[in-house]
Design a protein around this ligand. Structure first.
Ligand code: KMH
Ligand code: ZN
Length: 284
């Protein structure tokens, strides 16, 4: 066991569902995304979980939009970029994998891998096995490190099968996304169960928690106490506290960083996060 190591903060700064109407600080253009990523990095984030939007602010997974956003981020900060392959509900596999077409200096270091179908509010977020397997192959072929997104208890069992099939390498990097309406609730008890299960699947795996809505900070605190990592940002939660809109994702990162320090842990640097996540340093 020993003392928990540094805590990685991932900032989910765009997402596919949050709108400007809900929070006017949502970044949409490449420059807005780059500036927001920089503010988050300065507040302690070392991973940016990235979605992009079209010119009207609608969810997009277009490779060229990812390229522009990634360039805008990398011209300002050296954070790890984790592209979404989840996209928005209803997108095809090809559409979802836009960011995996980028290579050379524009390639994202990481990509998400969604392994199970869930109810997603009033929608259904489809992740049938053949799609997940195909996306896992594309992530590997693109040279990206996968982060397995777990929204429900059975998703860990699917992840274990992907490891057995050789489609994802152990140790895993897992994000427990808890509190989606229609999937597993954001409770300390559920988190404890999942963390225990992950230990049985692949020793030495790293994990983080993204609590949805008002569960973001309470679940982050649980993760900090249990030696895990945290994800915050406008993708999952638009409130800094009850009744107070967050002025972007950076104030949420700053709040998480304060909680990490208050609990006697350190905020992971980008270099430490690269080591923990198995992400190679980028060539200069
Ligand atoms: N927008 C959600 C339906 C991911 O980024 O990999 C899926 C999502 C997951 O955001
Ligand atoms: Zn996402």
């Amino acid at each position: 066991e020993g003392r928990p190591g540094p805590c990685i903060i991932t900032a989910a700064i765009v997402g596919a569902e949050t709108t400007r109407e809900q929070n006017p600080h949502l970044p949409i253009t490449a420059d807005e995304i780059g500036e927001e990523a920089q503010r988050c990095a300065e507040a302690g984030a070392s991973v940016i979980h990235l979605h992009v939007r079209d010119e009207r602010g609608r969810a997009s997974q277009d490779a060229e939009r990812f390229r522009a956003a990634i360039r805008a981020i990398r011209s300002r900060t050296d954070v790890i970029i984790q592209a979404s392959t989840g996209g928005a509900v209803g997108m095809s596999v090809d559409e979802r994998c836009g960011a995996l077409l980028l290579d050379g200096p524009d390639r994202p270091e990481m990509a998400t891998l969604n392994v199970g179908t869930i109810n997603f509010g009033d929608d259904v977020f489809m992740n049938p096995a053949k799609d997940t397997q195909e996306i896992a192959r594309r992530i590997h072929a693109a040279g990206c490190v996968p982060e397995v997104e777990v929204y429900d208890a059975g998703h860990l069992d699917i992840a274990a099968e992907l490891v057995r099939q050789g489609l994802v390498a152990a140790p895993l990097h897992v994000q427990f996304v808890l509190g989606v309406r229609g999937a597993l609730a954001a409770s300390a008890r559920n988190l404890e169960f999942l963390v225990g299960g992950l230990g049985l699947i692949a020793k030495g795996s790293s994990w983080g928690v993204a609590g949805v809505g008002r569960h973001q900070m309470p679940l982050a605190e649980q993760a900090i106490l249990r030696g895990g990592n945290v994800r915050v940002g406008l993708e999952d939660n638009i409130w800094l506290e009850k009744g107070v809109l967050a002025a972007g994702s950076a104030p949420l990162v700053a709040k998480a960083a304060g909680m990490i320090r208050a609990r006697g842990r350190r905020v992971a640097t980008v270099e430490e996060s690269r080591r923990i996540l198995g992400v190679r340093p980028r060539a200069a």
